[in-house]
Each structure stands twice: as structure tokens, then as C-alpha cells.
Design a protein around this ligand. Structure first.
Ligand SMILES: Nc1ncnc2c1ncn2[C@@H]1O[C@H](COP(=O)(O)OP(=O)(O)O)[C@@H](O)[C@H]1O
Ligand SMILES: [Mg+2]
Length: 270
């Protein structure tokens, strides 16, 4: 199934004039997001980069429906005619993978299905398939403490995929890993991304990762987070890691870093 075709079945997410202010006990509060309007296209990967503290995780919490924005709208749009509808199935993979240490890999991956009331046979079958898709077959009965960081992160990814989300959120999923493991997982991730046709929203502090995985890159300003620019990534798919050193990747890197540098400086001064 091509991503373009798949995109028709998945939801685009549109936000309009989104503002969020975190309350504080001392009164003034923090404006994390300020008047953001943007559309995350269906079946595409949007990578979000921005200085630390600019509101990326806050934005994901709001998109995911875990929190209401102080102001503005989130809409899910379906089909070519972009009809507004109820929120689709969504799941999130976090950097701190939050695995339950007393549960095996299989039971960690099956946990969400268990909460959703799915019967044992079905959830174990689905969990096993998700575990295979991240190349962890054979580790079903291991406990998280017996796995490397990269393997734990793949369990986290399987736990997101097992719910068959129509929108998959990734919040700095590879942040805590060493460089080689990260590169390997980015390659695996790009294969998952290309075969899924899902709407994917990836927050990353790595410009290279945003370019390697994204169809477009949303660059945010320093807090309060606003849209600084949207950069389309015109690299062909399937992506291979060699592309990370292609001239076009270099040009995109320079363009995005140019936008980000001033914002990072502002974030450091504030
Ligand atoms: N639960 C919270 N309560 C109060 N302020 C928060 C909370 N979470 C985040 N913030 C503040 O909102 C701003 C944006 O945070 P966050 O969305 O985590 O940024 P990012 O993910 O881009 O690093 C920061 O100033 C942060 O301190
Ligand atoms: Mg964050």
C-alpha cells in the first residue's frame, strides 16, 4: 500500500490558534505555546524540532487529547474531502519507555490491549506480531532489566504499534541511546514508517533524525513556541542511512540549523 493511498484512510490533524499557558502556584504561569496554526498531513511524517522548553511535549499532550489547550482548536480530518471527525486511535512512544520491570516483554507489549479488555489469546498473538515487527522475536519472555537500552526502546515502539494507532506520536524516542544504536533504530524506524502509511508526529532534538525520518520538518521558536518555518523534506523514499551524508541532506541541515540557531540562543538567554 502506498503512503499516498494509505493517507486517505488516516487522519490529518489540524490545529488553529493553539495557545497553552501552564498555571503556576506563584501566579504568573508559563506560556508554553502561542497561537500555533498548523496541519499535520494524513499518512505523512512530520518531525518537530525546537529549542528545549519551547513546548514540544506540551503540544503532543494536547494533540493526544491528554490535556486541553488554554485556547484554540484541534481537529481530526478524514478522507480527501477532509471531513472533521472524532479522534482516531493514537499511541505515543516516549523517551523514558516506562516499561513495567516486573512484566516480560510480551506482557509489556500486551499491556495496552489488556487495559482495553482484549482477551488473552488475541492480545498475545498481536503482541507477538508487534515484537516480530521490531525484530525482537525470541525475547518475549525476557524482563526489561535483561535487555539493552536499544532493545528496551524497541519494546516501547512495539507497545505503541500493537494498538494499531492511526496516529503515532514519538517524543524524542532515541534521545537516550548511544550513536550507533540510534542510527540502527532510525533505519528500522524508517522502514516501519514507510510500510505503515500512518500519520506520524515525531519530536526530536536531532536535525539529522528529523530530515532522515520526516516528510516535512516543523521548526518551532523558543518559548513561547510558535511556528518558525515548515521545511518539506524532498529526499526520495525508501530512505537509507547513506542519504544522511548526501548533499541534499546537508543543504536541508544548514537551512534548519540556520533557523534554529537564533532560537536556541534566545532559549539559552531566557
Ligand atoms: N506540568 C507542567 N507544569 C507547569 N509547567 C510545565 C509543565 N510541563 C511543562 N511545563 C513548562 O512548559 C514549557 C514547555 O515545556 P515542554 O513542553 O516540556 O518543552 P519541550 O518538550 O519543548 O522541551 C517549559 O517552560 C516547561 O517548564
Ligand atoms: Mg519534551
Amino acid at each position: 500500500m502506498s503512503a499516498a493511498l494509505a493517507g486517505e484512510n488516516f487522519a490529518a490533524v489540524s490545529i488553529e490558534h493553539l495557545t497553552h499557558r501552564w498555571a503556576s502556584r506563584t501566579g504568573r504561569g508559563t506560556t508554553a505555546l502561542s497561537d500555533i496554526s498548523f496541519e499535520f498531513p494524513a499518512g505523512k511524517v512530520t518531525a518537530i524540532v525546537g529549542p528545549s522548553g519551547c513546548g514540544k511535549s506540551t503540544l503532543l499532550l494536547i494533540l493526544r487529547g491528554l490535556m486541553k489547550a488554554s485556547d484554540g482548536d484541534v481537529q481530526f480530518l478524514y478522507g480527501p474531502e477532509r471531513r472533521p471527525g472524532p479522534p482516531p486511535r493514537m499511541s505515543t512512544v516516549w523517551q523514558a519507555f516506562n516499561l513495567l520491570p516486573w512484566r516480560t516483554v510480551l506482557d509489556n507489549v500486551a499491556f495496552g490491549l489488556e487495559l482495553a479488555g482484549v482477551g488473552r489469546a488475541e492480545r498475545e498473538e498481536k503482541a507477538a506480531a508487534a515484537i516480530r515487527s521490531v525484530e525482537l522475536a525470541g525475547f518475549e519472555n525476557h524482563y526489561p532489566a535483561q535487555l539493552s537500552g536499544g532493545m528496551r526502546q524497541r519494546v516501547g515502539l512495539a507497545r505503541g504499534l500493537v494498538m494499531s494507532p492511526e496516529i503515532l506520536f514519538l517524543d524524542e524516542p532515541f534521545g537516550a541511546l548511544d550513536a550507533q544504536t540510534k542510527l540502527y533504530l532510525q533505519e528500522q524506524m524508517s522502514a516501519v514508517v514507510e510500510s505503515s502509511g500512518k500519520t506520524i508526529i515525531l519530536v526530536t532534538h536531532s536535525i539529522e533524525e528529523a530530515i532522515f525520518l520526516g516528510d516535512q520538518v516543523l521548526v518551532m521558536t523558543a518559548r513561547p513556541g510558535r511556528v518558525a518555518a515548515t521545511i518539506p523534506v524532498d529526499l526520495p523514499r525508501p530512505r537509507s542511512f547513506e542519504m544522511q551524508s548526501s548533499p541534499r541532506s546537508g543543504e536541508l541541515f544548514n537551512e534548519i540549523y540556520g533557523l534554529l540557531r537564533d532560537e536556541v540562543r534566545k532559549a539559552m538567554m531566557s
